[in-house]
Design a binder for this molecule. Structure first.
Ligand code: BGC
Length: 382
């Protein structure tokens, strides 16, 4: 055999081997995993971690212990390609800078409490005020800006438990609150968030996640073409400070009727008093069905990528916020300026300002009782 021929046979064999290795790699099913890495340090030297949860289908969720924030969420589109569908930053510095709660856990009280004041057991409580005269999303240093303790939950789907102990009097809230939030990525492409809390004194609690979604992929323009369906026959109209008036209003005949799938942009500039007050959608919807049971809240589709997001919750309400206050000043992942309405939020929650509305489902938590709440974000393609 000539040298030339044997070299040719050798390289053919090498190519065949490589091909079979590739084929083998393709056939090997991916397995689910959870990994932990450093995400940097806070000014006081405290170490911040980032956990990456992956399922066998390739979906991926990265969550940092700073603010319990969802940093990235990679889901597959109709073209088979994965895209990151949440707004945020590439590094910790971004999250430490000014930003509107990207991906964050918000608490103790997600949403607004009028004039940062409420009465509990006949006692007046004055909260940190950070939104005009009102208290928003837990105050000046809410759950979005604190360091949580992470723990991988062994066995089953990749799961991360975060714990934060909020001291008595923190941001004006009574009682020491031990808050736990568990993020689990299921094999069915669901990101499940379980919240639980206990207290040593009567207090109020209402925790949620503030992710901004763009199902075309973060940084891919506005969300006006996304089609939304909400299981909500009523919403809670607001005053100029976005505090509920107390009325539960029917959505019938208003731009708030999303009972049939409707594009976000279809009525967002309607000549409607509530739309004007919110600068678009920034309202709490009353989720149909029985609070405390996991039931459908929303189905959102993005026609071009084919991505579908279905949300279900045990909470009585959901804040549908269309990123009206984003104005391009915040530069996110890859330096992209997040313009107005480049993301939408579905913050499952108790109604805003509940401590001042005895008619609303209660947000009071007493010692010996456990606060429990579950929300599921399920991704698919159509
Ligand atoms: C509120 C908006 C607010 C946004 C960011 C939403 O939950 O409803 O009014 O601008 O959070 O802070």
């Amino acid at each position: 055999m000539s040298l030339k021929t044997s070299t040719a046979i050798l390289s053919l064999t090498a190519a065949a081997l490589m091909m079979s290795a590739c084929a083998q790699k393709k056939e090997t099913p991916m397995s689910s995993s959870i990994t932990k890495a450093s995400f940097g340090k806070l000014a006081d030297g405290a170490a911040v971690d980032i956990y990456t949860l992956k399922n066998a289908a390739g979906m991926e969720a990265a969550i940092t212990t700073y603010g319990g924030r969802i940093v990235s969420l990679k889901t597959v589109g109709r073209d088979g390609k994965f895209a990151d569908v949440v707004l945020g930053f590439d590094n910790l510095e971004g999250y430490l800078g000014d930003n509107p709660y990207f991906g964050a856990l918000v608490g103790r009280y997600g949403n607004r409490i009028a004039k940062g004041h409420f009465k509990l057991d006949g006692k007046d409580y004055k909260l940190a005020v950070n939104n005009g005269v009102n208290s928003l999303h837990g105050g000046l240093k809410g759950f979005d800006k604190v360091l949580w303790t992470g723990r991988e939950v062994p066995g089953g789907d990749p799961s991360l438990e975060l714990t934060y102990v909020s001291k008595d009097g923190e941001e004006g809230y009574p009682g020491t609150l031990t808050q736990k939030v568990t993020y689990t990525l299921t094999a069915a492409n669901e990101l499940k968030i379980d919240y639980s809390a206990t207290t040593d004194q009567d207090t109020v609690v209402n925790v949620t996640n503030h992710s901004y979604f763009n199902l075309a992929g973060q940084g891919q323009g506005d969300v006006l073409g996304h089609v939304v369906q909400l299981s909500a026959a009523k919403f809670t109209p607001v005053d100029a400070g976005l505090i509920p008036t107390g009325e539960l209003k029917s959505v019938e005949g208003t731009p708030f009727d999303f009972r049939q799938p409707t594009a976000i942009g279809a009525r967002i500039n309607a000549a409607d008093e509530q739309i004007k007050l919110g600068g678009g959608y920034d309202h709490n919807f009353v989720v149909d069905g029985t609070p405390g049971t996991l039931r459908p809240v929303a189905r959102v589709t993005e026609p071009v990528s084919g991505r579908v997001l279905e949300v279900s919750t045990t909470e009585p309400g959901v804040q549908f916020y269309t990123g009206n206050f984003l104005d391009g000043t915040v530069k996110g992942k890859g330096g992209v300026a997040y313009a107005k309405r480049s993301g939408f939020c579905l913050e499952t929650q108790h109604f805003p300002d509940s401590p001042n509305h005895p008619d609303f489902p209660t947000t009071t938590l007493k010692p010996g009782a456990e606060y429990k709440s579950t929300t599921l974000f399920k991704f698919s393609v159509q």
